[in-house]
Design a binder for this molecule. Structure first.
Ligand code: NAD
Ligand code: G6P
Ligand code: MN
Length: 442
């Protein structure tokens, strides 16, 4: 069987070691001959790379491994780019969250003004990755989960329309894992779902088991009382206190439309004041992640590198990231797997902008994704999505044109922001904070 060559872009990410462990666990599914890490922060990536080298030596020493900050070296002779960059790193995530909070507005990684600010930084970084890939390995595919995925996906649609890039999010997968647990199933793969929305902004409309039995009634009964909260074990992603609270809050989000089951991120749009009230303006999610996941991953990696063994290491396989292998396999082996992806609508949601980037189930094969038609959507969701997609499109236009006016409009239009004056104050602070990351606006 063919063996593949993979570049992980954002090699210094906190998720890189878990993803490498996951890839090594799945070599029978996706054989690999080479793994390269690429990052623009040499020192950060090196710490992760030194540990990954030890892991690979122990588990699959025939795989060639290399970490580099040189695009040519990183993107030559590869089949897939797995992209998870965070332009500006946690230092800028912290600002994205804290600046809106100063004005009593949701401070969040991908939603509201914080997500817009992050989008303005990410677009250029992700387009660079696509260009490197197309220059040095024109047949390769990029599997992108760099955030904010909604804005990044719109930018790739407009600015790199013919590129082989697939945009995917792990939130529906994480939620479907919880649903499977609620239902007592072995795996989320026993469920076939219908879903529509934008990234971090969508709804399940049907969930059936392998015999076609409707699983929605059982799920509704649980969600009505507990949201997606279950008795968590404490390993893996999406398990800390903040995520538990998010899964519980789904109960209130669900109440708006008890016919469907919602994505967790809708809470920022339906209950922004609740989120602000529960936030600590001086200690946001970025601080939690820096003190939690980042410290943990880097100290474990440093320990592995120092001891030259993974013995005693607490680093875990990122099980839920196996969707990335499923996606690579779908392209490589034409598996025709059904997966939720962020793709151009083109009628998949019949009564919605055909040029919107929407999240819907797709059949994925060697030629890429074929979206599955989800039909017409109700007025409530349509209204919300039209407003949100306009925000996302305005951000991309603002980035392209260097337009202050359009970015002000985008922030004003976000449901998380109460009025245009506050939008302008937040924007002016964000411009100051993002110098060197955003295009000049006028
Ligand atoms: P992180 O800061 O630990 O890692 C990101 C890495 O990207 C850093 O090492 C940084 O130096 C590097 N980087 C920044 N700009 C770059 C550029 N222009 N070129 C190359 N490398 C660059 O962040 P993290 O928390 O591990 O998350 C990584 C990314 O994955 C984020 O975008 C996050 O939002 C995203 N993510 C997405 C999903 C999803 O569902 N789509 C799930 C989890 C994480
Ligand atoms: C989910 C979302 C991602 C987001 C992440 C944030 O996985 O799908 O898009 O980046 O949560 O998690 P964190 O632990 O960094 O707050
Ligand atoms: Mn996501």
């Amino acid at each position: 069987m063919k063996k593949f060559s993979i570049t992980i872009a954002g090699g210094g990410s906190t998720f890189t070691p878990g993803i490498i462990l996951m890839l090594l666990e799945n070599l029978d599914q996706l054989p690999i001959r080479q793994i390269k890490l690429y990052d623009n922060d040499q020192a950060r990536q090196q710490q992760i790379a030194d540990a990954c080298q030890v892991i690979i030596n122990e588990k699959a020493s025939d795989i060639e491994f290399l970490a580099t900050t040189n695009p040519k070296e990183a993107f030559t002779d590869i089949d897939f780019v797995m992209a998870h960059i965070r332009v500006g790193k946690y230092a800028m995530r912290e600002k994205d969250e804290k600046i809106p909070l100063k004005y009593g507005v949701v401070g969040q990684e991908t939603c509201g003004p914080g997500g817009i600010a992050y989008g303005m930084r990410s677009i250029g970084g992700v387009l660079d990755l696509i260009d490197y890939m197309e220059t040095y390995s024109p047949d390769a595919w990029m599997l992108n989960y760099s955030n904010p995925a909604a804005i990044v996906a719109e930018a790739t649609r407009v600015l790199r329309p013919n590129s082989k890039v697939l945009n995917i999010c792990d939130m529906p997968i994480a939620i479907e894992n919880l649903m499977a647990n609620i239902l007592g199933l072995q795996s989320r793969k026993e469920m076939t779902v219908n879903y529509y929305g934008l990234n971090h902004f969508g709804w399940w409309t049907a969930i059936r088991d392998q015999n076609g039995v409707d699983l929605m009634p059982a799920l509704r009964a649980h969600v009505k009382q507990h949201g997606y909260a279950i008795n968590f074990d404490d390993s893996g992603q999406h398990v800390d206190e903040s995520w538990r609270a998010t899964f519980e809050k789904v109960k209130d989000v669900y109440a708006l439309d008890p016919e469907t089951l919602p994505n967790t991120y809708l809470k920022y749009y339906f209950y922004p004041q609740d989120e602000v009230e529960h936030s600590q303006p001086d200690y946001t999610r970025a601080n939690q992640v820096m003190d939690g996941r980042e410290k943990f991953v880097f100290s474990e990696c440093n320990r592995i590198a120092k001891n030259q063994t993974t013995e005693g290491s607490e680093l875990e396989i990122d099980e839920h990231a196996s969707y990335i292998v499923d996606l690579a396999r779908a392209i490589a082996f034409n598996t025709q797997e059904r997966m939720l992806l962020i793709v151009e609508n083109k009628g998949a949601i019949e009564n919605f902008d055909p040029t919107a980037m929407v999240e819907v189930p797709c059949i994925v094969g060697s030629n890429g994704p074929e979206p599955i038609v989800q039909g017409r959507i109700p007025r409530f969701q349509k209204g919300l999505m039209e407003q949100q997609v306009a925000v996302e499109k305005l951000v991309v236009e603002a980035w392209q044109e260097g337009s202050y006016q359009k970015l002000w409009q985008a922030i004003t239009l976000s449901r998380t922001v109460p009025n245009a004056r506050i939008a302008k104050q937040i924007l002016d602070d964000l411009i100051e904070a993002n110098q060197g990351y955003w295009p000049e606006l006028s």
